[in-house]
Write a protein that binds this ligand. Sequence first.
Ligand code: DCP
Ligand code: MG
Ligand code: MG
Length: 553
Amino acid sequence: MESDTALDDHSRTIIHVDLDCFYAQVEMNKNPKLRDVPLGIQQKNIVVTSNYIAREYGIKKCMLIEDAFKLCPNLVLVKGEDLHDYRQTSYKVTALLQKYSNLVERLGLDENFIDVSRIVSERLETGANCDAVGNIFGDTSDMCDCGCSERLGIGSIIAQNIREDIKVQLGLTSCAGIGHNKLLSKIAGSRHKPNQQTVVFPNSAVELMLTLDGVSRIPSIGVVLSEQLNSIGIKTVQDLQSTNISKLSGLLGPEKAKQVYDLSFGIDRILVKSSGKPQSIGIEDSCKSISAETEVKEKLVQLLNRLLVLVAEDGRIPRTIKLTVRKFDKSSKLGVRETKQCNINSSLFTCGDVTKLGENALNKVMVIIMRLFSKLVDSTKPYHLTLLGLSFTKFHQRSIGKNALTNFLVKDIEVQSVTNIKCISETDEPSYETPCSSTAESPEKEPGPVRKKSKTSDIVAKRRFVKETEDCESPLKLRVAELRLNSTEKPADSNQNISCPPNADKDVFHALPRDLQEELWEEYKQTRERDIPDKPLGKRVKPNSIRNYLVPR
Ligand code: DCP
Ligand code: MG
Ligand code: MG
């Protein structure tokens, strides 16, 4: 059977990035002394990976500890069963890659495919240099003339930028493969390790496939499929290339047979599928000991400022803030992680650049954070914390409506609808709970357009909810603090209290910033005038007025 190599589409440019000795690098970054020793990462009685110094002794992934010690008696082992830090780092890498393309697909914890076709064509238009950098697989004398060599050349330059960025931003080295499809980019990347990159041009695709030691080494062929192929005598890539397609179709069905057959020639039509943005953006700082509130505050302010930069870069608006502490515990080397979270008012993030929040606003977020802290740590007793972390979760897309005031309230109500009002206390929960995927990312509904009806039911639902959840950060109280963050404070001369209009909820009214209280009064006055028959009709209350949010019906 003829392969379709002549019809293969070379239009895309795909980069595959795989971090070097991933778990080991994370541990070496945590403890730089480990960089100069042979290091193995232990899970149960297995070395799951090791740094490249240890690999020089012949240590391989998934080797038994006792075998590893035979090869390298001075091997240093670090436990790698808690994946938290690996996950955190993994998502930071994906987030960084998402700056280059919105088509980033995660594969395991340390690999990502990035479809950079769009930036490549932009660079091509500007007449950028197309000479490939890094290693080149195969012969470059008989190149295809469809433009793929220029595109892949630019792709290799982008790959180099990306790897430098990962190194500078996160202190991690990586390998990259550049090809016109996922299959080739992944295989090419593993050609030269560590801390290198390799580009493969379409004319060398078949040759690259033939370097693989058996069909089981073709990335998308798993154990079951490879056993099926073995059962009909297909063991090597060459066997697969020269197989009779009807024999293969009999085994796998025509569609799958064609797909598997094509793989042996380096043809892969599967597109890079965006894994979506991370579900949570967080940062943590570990330390030997924090035992005073001033230190706690100082660390959290630093964390908050750094976190706001990340949130601004992400561009989405978070609905929840989460505080993590790790308490020192003699019986557990890792300590005990505890988290507490509460909803925040998304309008805080719609006011423009979140990295430029005023000091006043920051202080108010800190009040919320310290309230969470007081729920996690009893500061009237001595405490010993070894880590503090902050994260934002439950994102929705930034959308700024026309009517700032209404929007401001409606958004708040949307955020705090009954299903969203939560105050969860968890133990040992990683900040990135589930692998990011576009389907898993947004289980909640996104806020729709500005609502004009049914606000009261939300308010009532909120009140009911507050009564029912004792330990919960009161959404109303919280809302108060956050509403204030977004209001323009009234001048200090207006200290006289405004009494609550009879038709409004007192608690909510008094919690509002003064300018909103004044607006409510104004509206109440107008309604009264309208409702009293012998008075001339005042300005009619707008259906979307602020009063509607507060007046029980
Ligand atoms: N891993 C694991 N079990 C395996 C293989 C790997 O738990 N059987 C973990 C440890 C690795 C991480 O996954 O650090 C990434 O796997 P890789 O195969 O990419 O291996 P490394 O990144 O460690 O090394 P390399 O430099 O070869 O990529
Ligand atoms: Mg790796
Ligand atoms: Mg890997």
